[in-house]
Design a protein around this ligand. Structure first.
Ligand SMILES: *Cc1c(COP(=O)(O)O)cnc(C)c1O
Length: 375
């Protein structure tokens, strides 16, 4: 077994991060707030082309506040992508609202606009929609946004996995009324942990910051008219984020290289397909994934175990929310009569090691293990 573990996607640090942290120490702006926070907000908003940003303690908090800003309350229906990480929909539950899970299409693995139309037929009064760009691959964002607008329903874009990805020339995270990003440990850039809420409406980011700092009214004494939260990002964390942001383009290039290396290696193997993306999109290729064609008797778990044996990390595809015990009583909408598209991708797919520190030799080893199943 190799001594050095090969990771799915671990933090990749450079030189600049430490500089921003050092500056925070030198000026004693370790806490509270400080220049790194405001600069990180400006720099990230400017990178994605959003008007404003609010730096928060996590992507999950950002989704929670986005729902709150849009007025989601107890009992409200919120449509969301079924094939995603639980962090997308858990905040709906924190508010006592009701998630309705929408099946995916096969071209990008994301929310199917046809399913969204069907969902609006069934629940015309839905209060909000959360669309996810899974594994860094843009959804059919324009179509989804248009459907939401037809129904006068606000859209939240969960760009936690898709920072830097582009759809029709526009950055993901900027298609909805509010977008959110995550800088958690294994995302394409990391601040060690944190999130950002972005919007073209300054009233949203201002209100987000207000709620995230205990909803303290602008009075000399401590005055509160609303229940607040402690969700603000620290100045140290923001320093790491600022440093990382300057390497985002480089990370995307390297992630893309990994995806293309796999694609080329598996080109001649009919049983393997790489995760697809739309022609008019540029994913950030956060995680490379593959599915095994129906009719082949190799199972994703066989490959995961063989990689694990060599100290190489891989993972299952996110298990769809409608199959999760905690969400089993929630509605799930799909267009096909057969099994759900998301359920099928979950059964036949896996996430491949996509760490940008893996070398060509490492890639050859990983690819060798996988190819061994299909000779
Ligand atoms: C990581 C992730 C989140 C949550 O972000 P955190 O910063 O970890 O709270 C939300 N949605 C998706 C799709 C994610 O992958």
């Amino acid at each position: 077994m190799r001594e050095k573990k090969l990771f799915l996607s671990s933090p990749t640090m450079h030189d600049k991060e430490m500089g921003f942290i050092q500056e925070a120490f030198d000026t004693n702006w370790v806490a509270p707030l400080g220049e790194n926070v405001t600069k990180f907000e400006e720099e990230l908003a400017s990178y994605v082309g959003a008007g404003f940003g609010a730096a928060l303690s996590s992507g999950t908090d950002a989704i929670f506040l986005a729902l709150k800003l849009l007025g989601v309350q107890r009992g409200d229906i919120v449509f969301t992508t079924d094939l995603t990480f639980a962090a997308t929909c858990n905040p709906i539950m924190y508010l006592g609202a009701v998630p309705v899970f929408l099946d995916s299409e096969e071209e990008s693995w994301n929310m199917d606009p046809k399913v969204l139309r069907k969902a609006f037929d069934k629940y015309p009064k839905a209060k909000a929609v959360i669309v996810v760009n899974l594994y860094g691959t843009p959804a059919k964002l324009e179509e989804i946004r248009n459907i939401c607008q037809e129904h006068h329903t606000p859209l939240i874009e969960d760009g936690a996995e898709s920072l830097g990805a582009i759809y029709k020339g526009k950055q993901t995270g900027t298609f909805g009324d509010i977008g959110i990003f995550s800088f958690n440990g294994n995302k394409i850039i990391t601040s060690s942990g944190g999130g950002m809420l972005v919007s073209d409406k300054e009233e949203y980011t201002k209100k987000a910051v207000f709620l995230a700092t205990q909803a303290r009214e602008p009075e000399r004494h401590y005055e509160h008219k609303e229940v607040g939260y402690n969700f603000r990002m620290s100045n140290i964390v923001a320093g790491i984020g600022r440093g990382q942001l300057s390497y985002l383009d480089e990370h995307i290039q390297r992630k893309k290289g990994i995806y293309e290396r796999y694609k080329q290696a598996f080109d001649s193997i009919w049983e393997i397909e790489m995760n697809p993306y739309l022609k008019d999109s540029k994913p950030n290729f956060w995680l490379s994934c593959m599915t095994i064609k129906e009719g082949c008797n190799v199972k994703p778990i066989d490959i995961m175990l063989a990689l694990e044996e060599k100290n190489i990390e891989s993972r299952p595809i996110w298990k769809p929310m409608h199959l999760q015990p905690v969400y089993k009583n929630k509605d799930f909408i799909k267009v096909t009569e057969k099994e759900s598209i998301g359920g099928d991708i979950f059964c036949r797919g896996l996430c491949l090691p996509s760490d940008i520190k893996n070398t060509e030799e490492d890639m050859e080893e990983i690819i060798g293990v996988i190819k061994g199943f299909f000779s």
